[in-house]
Ligand binder design. Structure first.
Ligand SMILES: Cc1ncc(COP(=O)(O)O)c(C=O)c1O
Length: 442
């Protein structure tokens, strides 16, 4: 009933988005070109953003706490990043050769990420994890990979297994089945992917050991992002490092999101070094990007002067506009700025907990660094199944409610803070949640 209240408000605030969506459905299936940003009754259409704010088709401003799924660390149209894009674009969008911004960004990443000796670029995080999987197979001569249940690594076949789906389909929690998470994934890809129960040290170790002879890599997000910003325990990552090392399996950290947990990413924050790292989002300053790097002896398989043993290409890979944008964004993402954003995020988390307690609504707020997720439940959230076990209708109500009150988060109640945010933004988020909770039974 109260979900209907929020849906009604949403529809009355957003008629222009509705109109554009109706038109879009004539040309794109479901009026949508990106499954992850669809939500019922229809998604918003946006016209522009500036700093912490984003405007929809009806001219309604909102404070953006998701920033294109955490890819805009400095919010929208940051002046330095925009200037870098304009300057680079004015000199030509892409060339069939190298360019200097590419070298500068590669140097910055190799210097910041403790485990990365050499790096390459791509056009998406999907391509980044795909190349990590491919080079791991080539390096080890083995076929299978292991990933965590609920872990999201993009949209290629090998990782489109046991991602976001009903836990009822996923088998035993301690010994999860591998299940295609979308139509069109070949059985062979599913058979070659082993699924680990996240944060379950003993069972994951047992499963890796049982498959060790066939495993090329274990790929893991140090914090499950789209499953609800669920940090791995240090013990879990340490176990993965140890068991992979003992069996000659490569450990791949997917740091597409977690790069912002420290200057050197989650690997620096946890002090656990992977063999390979997948990158994306912030390293492109808001433009399409991916990156992957790691140990020199593995990355050298891409070296064209030596073969190469693994080929990697892409018409737009490493283009100077993206590289210049990424460099400008990364140079501004200093340890001091990250610490300031993290302190603000801690204030927000306290506020969310306090205001939920005021109304007697149970909430678990997870995340680290600038990232947070709201799980409206009283059980602890340590893995994908914990996060899935919440009242889905209430979650939708809260998402639309916050949207109606001027706060944009992901539809799965995940958010991140951008560097231009201040205490006033945090307060407006908490106040918005208070208003939504106050009318939750209307
Ligand atoms: C952890 C992680 N890996 C990989 C990807 C895929 O990146 P892209 O959407 O650029 O393909 C994402 C995207 O959200 C992600 O969160």
């Amino acid at each position: 009933m109260s979900l209907h209240t929020e849906v009604d408000r949403y529809e009355s605030l957003t008629p222009q988005s509705r109109g554009l969506w109706d038109e879009a459905r004539r040309y794109m299936p479901g009026g949508d070109t990106r499954t992850s940003v669809f939500w019922p009754p229809y998604p918003l259409f946006f016209t522009h953003g500036a700093g912490t704010q984003i405007w929809d088709q009806d001219g309604v401003p909102r404070t953006d706490f998701i920033n294109n799924f955490t890819s805009l660390p400095h919010g929208h149209a940051d002046a330095d990043v925009t200037r870098a894009i304009q300057d680079a674009a004015a000199k030509g969008a892409a060339f069939g050769g190298g360019n200097e911004p590419q070298v500068r960004l590669a140097k910055l990443l190799c210097e910041r990420l403790p485990s990365v000796d050499l790096v390459r670029f791509a056009n998406s995080g999907t391509e980044a994890t795909m190349n990590c999987v491919r080079v791991a197979r080539a390096f080890t001569g083995r076929r299978k990979i292991a990933k965590a249940e609920g872990g999201y690594h993009g949209t290629h076949d090998a990782v489109s297994v046991s991602v976001k789906m009903s836990p009822a389909l996923l088998g035993d929690a301690a010994d999860p089945d591998a299940v295609a998470s979308t139509g069109g994934v070949p059985d062979g890809a599913v058979r070659d992917t082993v699924v680990l129960p996240y944060n379950d040290v003993e069972n994951s170790r047992r499963i890796v050991e049982a498959n060790a002879a066939e495993l090329a890599a274990v790929i893991v997000e140090p914090m499950l992002g789209s499953a609800g910003m669920i940090p791995a325990s240090l013990e879990y990552l340490t176990m993965l490092r140890d068991v992979t090392q003992r069996h000659g399996i490569l450990l791949v950290f997917d740091e597409v999101v977690t790069l912002r947990l420290a200057s050197g990413g989650a690997q620096e924050r946890y002090g656990v070094m992977p063999d390979l790292t997948a990158l994306g989002k912030v390293i492109g300053g808001g433009l399409p990007v991916g990156g992957f790097g790691g140990r020199a002896d593995i990355m050298e398989l891409f070296d064209p002067t030596q073969g190469p043993k693994v080929s990697q290409a892409g018409t737009f890979t490493g283009n100077p506009v993206t590289m210049a944008a990424g460099l400008a964004a990364m140079e501004k993402l200093t340890p001091e700025v990250m610490m300031r954003t993290e302190a603000l995020r801690d204030q927000l988390v306290d506020g969310i907990r306090d205001v939920s307690a005021e109304f007697g609504v149970p909430v678990q707020v997870t995340g680290m660094g600038p990232f947070y997720a709201m799980h409206f439940t009283d059980h602890a959230i340590n893995n994908f199944r914990d996060a899935a076990d919440v009242d889905q209708e209430f979650k939708r109500q809260m998402f639309l409610g916050l949207m109606n009150e001027g706060i944009l988060v992901a539809s799965y109640m995940v958010g991140s803070l951008s560097t231009p945010m201040t205490e006033a933004d945090v307060e407006s988020h908490v106040d918005a949640l208070r208003r939504v909770l106050a009318r939750r039974t209307e």
